[in-house]
Ligand binder design. Structure first.
Ligand SMILES: Nc1nc2c(c(=O)[nH]1)N[C@H]1C(S)=C(S)[C@@H](COP(=O)(O)O)O[C@H]1N2
Ligand SMILES: [Mo]
Length: 214
């Protein structure tokens, strides 16, 4: 299927579903790659709250704690000494653009879990960033082999615009679930909503369900 055909088809399906008044729970057949209501872009737009914190690597810290056995605070040297993995994934922004084939390299969330060892009571994760942005996820959404704390994108150090030194990538959710300039990861028994989640965005944020707003 060529790109324009793909796009038209997705939009038609979306329109049909909206007419039926059931855009939330519909699963779209016929396009294996572009989620409903999304359009493909080749560039990489920048979206944030307008503040792009500049964190010198000598001052950068990542703290991981809450309901865990072994909380840690890593310096840049300690973070980069952890095993690094590359994962290719598609990026879906709630403002309706998608970008295919992003090569993210960094530390997997599953490695972080192996280090800090969440308690059995820990069922949710809250991410906090250097710009005071927050976002929340259930632990099972983070406990997936494609969830990364990325410090490289397509072979180069992640730019400050896109959340460098380190950002979170959660490919199966809309991109607002991935905190740029991440500073703290807190495991909890409670689901504390993040910046967009308290402002009416969906708590679950599943692109394939067109699950944008609560
Ligand atoms: N720290 C922080 N992370 C953030 C945001 C933000 O404002 N601050 N915006 C989110 C939103 S709404 C989106 S769509 C993506 C955009 O990532 P990009 O700028 O790399 O495209 O970052 C997410 N992570
Ligand atoms: Mo966004």
């Amino acid at each position: 299927m060529d790109e324009s055909h793909r796009l038209t088809k997705t939009k038609e399906q979306w329109a049909r579903a909206r007419r039926g008044g059931e855009e939330r729970e519909v699963f779209y057949e016929g396009d294996e790659r572009l989620p409903p209501g999304q359009r493909l872009v080749e560039n990489f737009p920048v979206l944030d709250l307008g503040v792009k914190p500049e964190i010198p690597l000598s001052e950068w810290r990542l703290s991981i704690g809450g309901f865990v056995t072994t909380p840690v605070t890593w310096t840049w040297e300690q973070f980069t000494a952890q095993p690094q993995l590359t994962h290719r994934s598609d990026f879906h922004c709630v403002t309706s653009w998608s970008r295919y084939d992003n090569d993210w390299e960094g530390v997997t969330f599953q490695h972080i879990m192996a280090v800090v060892k969440p308690l059995s009571l820990a069922r949710f994760v809250l991410f906090k960033s250097y710009d005071d942005y927050t976002t929340n996820l259930p632990l099972e959404a983070c406990d997936d082999d494609d969830v990364l704390l990325a410090r490289h994108w397509n072979g180069n150090p992640l730019s400050r615009d896109h959340g460098g030194p380190v950002r979170v990538i959660v490919p199966k959710r809309y991109a607002w679930k991935g905190a740029k300039w991440v500073k703290e990861i807190t495991f909890s028994d409670k689901d504390e909503k993040g910046f967009w989640e308290v402002r009416g965005y969906s708590n679950t944020a599943l692109p394939w369900n067109n699950d944008r707003y609560a």
